[in-house]
Design a binder for this molecule. Structure first.
Ligand SMILES: Cc1cc2nc3c(=O)[nH]c(=O)nc-3n(C[C@H](O)[C@H](O)[C@H](O)COP(=O)(O)OP(=O)(O)OC[C@H]3O[C@@H](n4cnc5c(N)ncnc54)[C@H](O)[C@@H]3O)c2cc1C
Length: 387
């Protein structure tokens, strides 16, 4: 692993740093889970895209810079260091786009990627169901084949069922999700990956408030929703394999680049300088070291990927590490702030959000099962135990 950046990487870093310094809003934007904040975050995405900073690793024809993996990590570090806004397009950019690039048709790439890069069309991930969270493959929402739709005359599918915990679906424009297209097939087979507008006929979106009271989630109900063949992603029945390439992204590098935690660790050190408290000092050091360890581990992963390897089950180690680190960082900050924590929104908001880290992107219990079985080679969890 070589931590020395090349001349061109240093130039890229300097350009990103200068652009962010000149353009990051001086005041934090309102939360992207509010109608007002959502629109302002979309405008921020458009601004990023105009200068090709919204999707640096994408091809130039889709607003990207064809940045390397190393440059992407550099950009993420600079982005968080600059205190730039959260990414309202992140579900689309980090979870859906890699799949569109890999499994989408050229027509789908041209139709969906540009508006995703500019933030004009924000995507919600509609995977979870009330009885299918950790055990996602037990999902029941169905897709029935129709050779000709009565309304459009096209061939396609009719979706029915319910999804839940879909982040920002109340404000987003389109959704992506898995549906059971072959009820006879085994659990993981017979699933198909669909893309659909959230204002389509038969779709009902019902917001759910989060811990902070903002309606960051929604339930989505499907009542005979027609989706044309052109909005099926990958082959019908192949949805599980298609979807799993996203799960690896989410747990691994893409959603939680180390920049987010090293920036928070630096802010924690600054807070300690303002309010030194020897009782908390060892936890501040511990959190900072763990953020730095995560950063170095990520560079190790980058080296592995550059050499043609893949993340595989190690993404589960990342997931447990970053989510627990995030809670520890924020708890330590709140302890330093003491009663003032009630008045300080940035650390408090960060703390309430950090509590969800061990749940989303696959709960940490499930990640530990994966680490135990696939990395440590421990016996597999018994299946089919009666509840
Ligand atoms: C902030 C946030 C954002 C989210 N965003 C989205 C989104 O955009 N789209 C979407 O589709 N979903 C989203 N989710 C949902 C998330 O993916 C699910 O909450 C998660 O997969 C867990 O599923 P569940 O809630 O049904 O819990 P369950 O699967 O019912 O699990 C309940 C508890 O039992 C434990 N458990 C279950 N099975 C096992 C086992 N075999 N071994 C050990 N322990 C086990 C779990 O770890 C958990 O602690 C989001 C969740 C959060 C918190």
């Amino acid at each position: 692993m070589d931590l020395e950046l090349s001349e061109s990487e240093l130039a890229f870093q300097a350009e990103a740093r200068a652009w962010l310094a000149a353009n990051v809003p001086a005041e934090p934007l309102p939360s992207l889970d509010t109608a007002e904040g959502f629109v302002l975050h979309q405008a921020w995405e458009a601004k990023l895209a105009a200068e090709r900073w919204s999707v640096v690793s994408w091809p130039k024809e889709y607003h990207g810079r064809e940045a390397s993996l190393v440059e992407w990590i550099i950009f993420e570090e600079e982005y968080y260091r600059a205190g730039a806004p959260l990414r309202v397009s992140q579900n689309g950019i980090f979870l859906l786009a890699p799949i569109i690039f890999e499994h989408g048709t050229p027509e789908q790439q041209d139709r969906f990627l540009p508006s995703m890069a500019t933030g004009e069309r924000v995507w919600a991930q509609c995977w979870s169901e009330p009885e299918a969270g950790s055990d996602l493959a037990s999902l029941k929402s169905s897709a029935r084949r129709v050779s000709t739709s009565s309304t459009t005359g096209e061939s396609g599918w009719v979706l029915n069922g319910q999804k839940i915990w879909c982040s920002r679906a109340a404000l987003a424009q389109w959704g992506f999700g898995l549906f059971r297209s072959d009820p006879e097939a085994q659990k993981h087979a017979g699933l198909t990956y669909f893309l659909f507008p959230l204002d389509a006929e038969g779709v009902t979106v019902r917001p759910i408030a989060q811990l902070d009271g903002e309606e960051g989630f929604a339930e989505v109900f499907f009542d005979d929703v027609f989706v044309p063949d052109t909005d099926v992603l990958g082959a019908p029945g192949d949805g599980w394999r298609v979807a799993m390439s996203t799960a690896g992204n989410e747990r691994g590098l893409s959603l939680r680049s180390p920049g987010r935690f090293t920036a928070a660790a630096d802010r924690l050190l600054a807070l300690y300088d303002e309010r030194p408290d020897p009782r908390v000092a060892d936890r501040v050091v511990d959190a900072w070291l763990k953020a730095e360890a995560y950063r170095l581990y990520t560079w190790g992963t980058v080296t592995k990927l550059k050499d043609g390897g893949d993340i595989g089950a190690a993404g589960s180690v990342n997931k447990v590490w970053w989510s627990e680190l995030d809670v520890a960082l924020h708890e330590t900050a709140l302890d330093l702030l003491g009663p003032d924590a009630e008045l300080e929104s940035r650390w408090l908001d960060g703390y309430t959000f950090s509590l969800s880290g061990p749940i989303y992107a696959g709960t940490n219990e499930i990640q530990r099962n994966i680490v135990a079985e696939r990395i440590l080679g421990l016996p597999r969890e018994p299946k089919g135990v009666q509840k």
